[in-house]
Design a protein. Structure first.
Length: 466
């Protein structure tokens, strides 16, 4: 009884039994009342006929009429007695004691016996009305209630049996459903205990019935998958920081140690300190990028989303990067023919486009003259911001990995960068309810940032709702 489901089942069962008992009493009493009303109306009609006979013929006439009517097949109960109880006429041999003591209608059925009936069948039940006649005579007119009583008992017993069967069925359902629910709760508790013990690969059981337990398990499984993903990302970030920052920290240490040498010329020491400052600035930029990615993914970045023109944002960023492309002997072509308004953060979207263009400038160089195309177009309910270059591209099997933090292709490690640019763009796409995809530009790499044109709210379980 400590389990809520069991207590609720017990309450429902008690309420069911109470209402079933009320129904039993109501049906039985209603049936009895209907039968008594019919009998009472029939008796009243019969007494009215006998009253007219009495008014016309007197005592002797009504006695003769009762004697004659009592002999007819299926006749009602007739009885005329004197003041001492001696039977003068009628078809009743004996009555239950006290029936004739007071005049009026006898609502409670009483026992009586007819003439010429076997000992086994002579006792019946009846209701009747007793009328006081002059000279101490008493007249009883009644209706047999044996069949009605039998029907009433059959109805009552049937309802009792139905109540017992329904109660048994309810108890059986209570037992089976309760055990099933408790068994599923036990399985969920066991899975939860394993998760709490550190096994984040464990998931709550889903039976496929689609009930409330399955819906709860599915929601919690989505939450567990998100937690596992974040924990794996945290582990990867820790490993990547330890791996990728070890080299610049080592260089920084060596340059500071060399600059502190006694025989180091002042000019060389100054150059060493400038190199140390450059290394420190690079590490600060790396940590700033990590911090922004973490804040964006956690939803704590102050991203004020307003209705902004993505075409204007792309055009402004492209204008800044156009001289840089010319410096390396390439060109940057911006294609944003018409305004595309979407609920976005201007700051984050500008950062995302800047990262994509910076990535194309750094890694799009090849033996061909560099050409970068950035475009904005709408497709159904989404806006597509595409940055394509004609460089060497990224192998298909590594396109997913370049979105990971700190991951860099082998041929890119000699170039400046930390491997966080595309990770930040992916985080910005996620906070806007969009996505980031990499494709072949033939030749080169095409990166597409897809942003919905309608406002998208990020729910707790990672699902998106417009």
């Amino acid at each position: 009884m400590r389990v809520t489901a069991v207590r609720l089942s017990a309450v429902y069962l008690l309420l069911f039994a109470l209402f079933a008992a009320i129904l039993l009493v109501y049906v039985t009493e209603t049936a009895t009342s209907i039968l008594q009303t019919q009998s009472r109306d029939a008796i009243a009609d019969e007494i009215e006929v006998l009253d007219r006979i009495y008014q016309t013929t007197g005592i002797s006439g009504i006695v003769r009429a009762i004697d004659r009517r009592a002999r007819q097949p299926g006749a009602p109960l007739y009885l005329v007695t004197d003041g001492t109880g001696l039977i003068l006429a009628g078809n009743v041999q004996s009555l239950e004691a006290g029936v004739l003591d007071k005049p009026g209608f006898k609502t409670t059925p009483f026992r009586y016996a007819r003439f010429t009936e076997s000992e086994q069948d002579r006792y019946h039940m009846a209701v009747a009305e007793v009328v006081q006649l002059p000279n101490g005579l008493r007249l009883l007119v009644g209706r047999d209630q044996t069949d009605q009583e039998r029907i009433r008992l059959i109805v009552r017993n049937a309802l009792i049996l139905a109540l017992l069967l329904m109660s048994f069925g309810a108890l059986l359902a209570w037992f089976l459903v309760g055990r099933t629910a408790l068994h599923r709760l036990d399985r969920m508790s066991a899975a939860t205990a394993r998760i709490m013990a550190g096994d984040l690969s464990e998931r709550l059981p889903v039976t496929g019935t689609g009930d409330e337990f399955d819906r709860l398990s599915e929601k919690l499984n989505v939450l567990l998958a998100r937690i596992a993903l974040l924990q794996e990302g945290l582990r990867q970030v820790s490993d990547n920081i330890a791996h990728d920052l070890k080299t610049p920290l080592t260089r920084l240490h060596n340059r500071v140690e060399a600059a502190l040498g006694d025989e180091t010329p002042e000019r060389t020491a100054r150059q060493a300190m400038e190199a140390v400052l450059s290394e420190a600035d690079g590490m600060i930029r790396t940590f700033d990028a990590l911090l922004m990615i973490s804040r964006v993914e956690a939803g704590s970045h102050p991203a004020l989303k307003t209705e902004a023109d993505l075409s204007a944002i792309v055009a402004e960023v492209a204008e800044l990067y156009e001289p840089l492309a010319e410096d390396v002997g390439g060109r940057l072509i911006a294609e944003a023919p018409e305004p595309v308004v979407a609920p976005v953060s201007r700051e984050l979207m500008a950062q995302a486009v800047s990262n994509l263009l910076d990535n194309a400038l750094k890694y799009g160089l090849s033996d061909r003259p560099l050409e970068i195309r950035v475009s904005v177009e709408t497709r159904e309910a989404h806006c597509l911001v595409t940055v394509a270059d004609n460089g060497n591209g990224v192998p298909v099997d590594k396109r997913g990995r370049v979105l990971e933090r700190f991951y860099r292709l082998d041929e890119s490690r000699s170039k400046p960068g930390s491997g966080l640019g595309l990770s930040l763009v992916q985080a910005i796409a996620s906070i806007h309810g969009g996505s980031l995809s990499l494709d072949d530009a033939g030749p080169g790499l095409k990166v597409t940032l897809e942003i919905p044109l309608e406002r998208v709210a990020q729910t707790h379980d990672g699902a998106r709702a417009t």
